[in-house]
Structures are given as C-alpha cells and as structure tokens.
Design a protein around this ligand. Structure first.
Ligand code: NAP
Ligand code: NAG
Ligand code: NAG
Ligand code: NAG
Length: 358
C-alpha cells in the first residue's frame, strides 16, 4: 500500500515491485479463468438447448414389430438403435442392401438384439413398395409401429421409376402407398402407431395443384422439398381422421436441424460447404438427438390417445392455417391415390370412410 501511495501523481510506478505485479498477474488469471468458465457454461447451455430433450422413460417394447424406412444412416439409424435396445423386432427398410446390412450388423453388435432384418425398399418405385409389403405381410400378421423416416432434400430435378418428381415421389407418394398397404396389419396390432417424419420446412411449402411435379418451375429446396414436407403433414392429418376409433394413431414430427447426409445435394462453393460443415458440429443436432422426437412419438405411453398432431423437441406445435387447409388436404389425398394407382374401390375394400365422404 505504501508503495502504491508513492506512485500517486506519477503516470507509472517508478520502481518495479515484483509482489504487486504477481498479485496483479494472479488476479488477471483468476479473472480470465472465471470468464472462460462462464463462457464455457453459456456455450454448453446453448449446446444443450440445441440438442433438445432426450426421451428418457425406460419403457421397453419387447417383441413389438416395427418398420423404419431409410435407416441405414442418419436419424433413422439412431431410431433403430434405440428401439433395438428396447427389445423391438425391427424390419429395416432401405434402398441400398449393402449399407442396410452394414447398419444392421453394427446395431446387432451394439444392442445384442438378434431380431433385426434387412429389407429392400426403394420409395422411388411403387413396384418396390408393393414387393416390400407383400414380403412383410407373408412374414408378419401385425405391425405395431411404422416410422416413415426416409427422405431426400434439394436434389436436382430427377424422376422416380414411375415418372414422378423425386422429392414428392419419395418423401410423400412412396410413403403414402406403403402406409396405405400396411393399414390392415396396423389395425390388427391396435393400439399401434404411425410416425411421419416431416420438417419445419413445411412452413414454407405450398401444394402446387397446377404443377405438382415441378415440370414448369422447379425449385429444389423452397419448392419441391417444402411441398413434400407439407404433404407429409396433410397426410398425417387426413389419415388420423380416417383412423379415428381404430386404435391406430398417426403423428408427425420435425427432428430439428440435424448433422446428417441429408445435405448431400446442396450446391455451393467448397469454402461455404466446409464452413457450414464445421459450424454444424456445434449448431446442428447429432443424429441421436435428432431421433428423440420420433422416438417419443413411437414410445411414450402418455401419447396413447394422441393423433393428428405435429411435434418438435417432444413438444406439440400448433399448425399454421395452410397445413390445416381441408380442401387442399382432400385434393392431395385423392390425387395421391390416383398417382400411386389406388382406385376408390380399393379404398372401400379396406373399409375406410373418408372424412369428406361423410
Ligand atoms: N437432417 C435434418 O436437418 C432434417 C431436418 C428436418 C427434417 N428431416 C427429415 O428427417 C428424415 C431423415 O433424414 P436424415 O437427416 O436422417 O437424412 P439422411 O441421413 O440423408 O437419411 C435419409 C435416409 O433416407 C433414405 N432414402 C433416400 N431416398 C430413399 C428412397 N428412394 N428409398 C428408400 N430410402 C431412401 C436414405 O438412404 P440412402 O442412404 O441409401 O440414400 C437414408 O437412409 C428425412 O425425412 C428428412 O426430411 C431432417
Ligand atoms: C440380409 O440379411 C441376411 C441375414 O438375415 C443375410 O444373409 C443377407 O446377406 C443380408 N443381405 C445383404 C444384402 O447383405
Ligand atoms: C386413452 O383413452 C382411453 C379411453 O378413453 C383411456 O382409458 C386411457 O386412459 C387413455 N390413455 C391415456 C394415456 O390418456
Ligand atoms: C366396415 O365398417 C363397418 C361400419 O363401421 C362395420 O360395421 C363393418 O363390420 C366393417 N367391415 C369390416 C370387414 O371390417
């Protein structure tokens, strides 16, 4: 203190005092450490917020029959992993048999669940969908959980085997036919569940009645993809109505922004993609975190009577008017029936009454 007093009036201490400098040094260290810890804590809290809630109820589903589409990678693979841990019998429906088998073996190793099966399903081919269902029906009389997870995003304009625009064809039409053909098995197993993986991107979507296949004007992301994800929401709503009272529920979810192969079709300069890839390590969910909402919809006993809803981060979300538009929903349903080759007669054979028929 004495030393300090002597410096009053001088711009700098004239004499060098090691003691004070050291004191200063440790003070600054402590301060830096404190700031570091605080920043770390904030970064960690934000990261936890980005990852979102985990489904933590311990309920098992031993022996329940499950189908997950597109599960050789990404969110679908994590979904299978968790359901396998909980004892489910799972049919992994993938388009690439080799990658499907690799994922199956990995998950069997990690969970010791032997009840996992590889099955070929290309949602871009209606014939493949029918073949998949025929084989499944020959093997199983019940289906407890169907998870429509597979998806493509922002690909260049290509066509499915049946000549439909790829994103609508795979994300919506393929799953439309698949679900439709499996309804009897789902009813057989009631209470049973259908989970549709959509996206927040549906908010920017519009069902383009005049140009459903993007023949005249194709926009890969904010056109075809958003339309297909809006179709997922409308499909969920319509089907939920149709299945009222059957014990089969249908809900859809937005998994979050997830670090997966979904972004494989993005075209941008290399530096941009590299930067995005690095940033996504922190700002995107891990596939495991991304799988939580669909796991919640598939598993949580509290949702037994919940149907026709949209969830994100395990929280129910309100639907925007465009997603609740009944006229467009009905139109899309009938159009989809035509496009996948289901006649209205077939519909009556499965004994479903349309909500608009009533
Ligand atoms: N990642 C995100 O940020 C995000 C955000 C919102 C919504 N979603 C939705 O989450 C779902 C899962 O996506 P992801 O992020 O896990 O992407 P992903 O890693 O690319 O996985 C997509 C899966 O779908 C499969 N698939 C693609 N086309 C198919 C076809 N014609 N027939 C059968 N399977 C096909 C893929 O198989 P291949 O590996 O053989 O191509 C892959 O297994 C998608 O519906 C997506 O729209 C994701
Ligand atoms: C699928 O699994 C069976 C065993 O269930 C295996 O024999 C077959 O080789 C697998 N298919 C592929 C393409 O690896
Ligand atoms: C679902 O509804 C049935 C019949 O109304 C009721 O018995 C059951 O407790 C409900 N389950 C849940 C989880 O709300
Ligand atoms: C079809 O639905 C009607 C009315 O809901 C019901 O009475 C009938 O038993 C059902 N038929 C079949 C084959 O499920």
């Amino acid at each position: 203190m004495e030393k300090l007093n002597t410096t009053v009036g001088h711009p700098m201490p004239l004499t060098f005092d090691l003691g004070i400098c050291l004191e200063d040094f440790w003070l600054q260290c402590a301060l830096a450490l404190l700031i570091g810890v605080a920043m770390g804590l904030v970064l960690w809290l934000v990261r936890m917020f980005i990852l979102g809630p985990m489904y933590r109820k311990p309920n098992r589903i031993d022996g329940k029959v499950v189908i997950v589409t597109g599960c050789n990678t990404g969110i679908g693979k994590e979904t299978v992993l968790e359901l396998a841990r909980r004892g489910a019998k799972i049919y992994m429906a993938c388009r690439d048999p080799v990658r499907c088998e690799a994922a199956r073996i990995e998950i069997m190793d990690r969970t010791q669940n032997q009840q996992l099966f590889n099955r070929s399903l290309d949602l871009g081919s209606l014939e493949s969908v029918r073949n998949f269902v025929a084989r499944f029906k020959a093997e199983e009389t019940r289906l407890d959980i169907l998870i429509n997870n597979a998806g493509v995003m922002a690909c260049p304009r290509t066509l499915t085997a049946d000549g439909y625009e790829q994103q609508l064809g795979v994300n919506h039409l393929g799953h439309f036919l698949l679900t439709y053909l499996l309804l009897d098995r789902l009813k057989q197993a009631a209470p049973s569940r259908i989970v549709v993986v959509t996206s927040l991107a549906h908010l920017f979507g519009r069902i383009n009645r005049e140009d459903l296949m993007g023949e005249r004007n194709y926009r890969s992301l904010l056109g075809a993809y958003t339309q297909s994800k809006l179709a997922n929401v409308m499909f969920t709503r319509k089907l939920a109505m149709m299945l009222m009272g059957t014990g089969v529920t249908v809900n859809c979810c937005h998994p979050g922004l997830v670090r997966t192969d979904l972004y494989r079709h993005f075209v941008a300069p290399r530096w941009f993609l590299n930067t995005l890839s690095v940033l996504s390590l922190y700002f995107f969910k891990t596939p495991r975190a991304g799988a939580q909402t669909q796991l919640y919809l598939a598993l949580d006993p509290a949702l037994a009577n919940c149907t026709g809803c949209l969830y994100a981060d395990c929280v129910r979300c309100p639907l925007v008017p465009r997603a609740r538009d009944v006229a467009t929903t009905d139109w899309l349903w009938r159009e989809s029936e035509k496009l996948v080759g289901l006649s209205p007669a077939k519909r009556h054979a499965t004994n479903i009454t349309m909500w608009s028929d009533a």
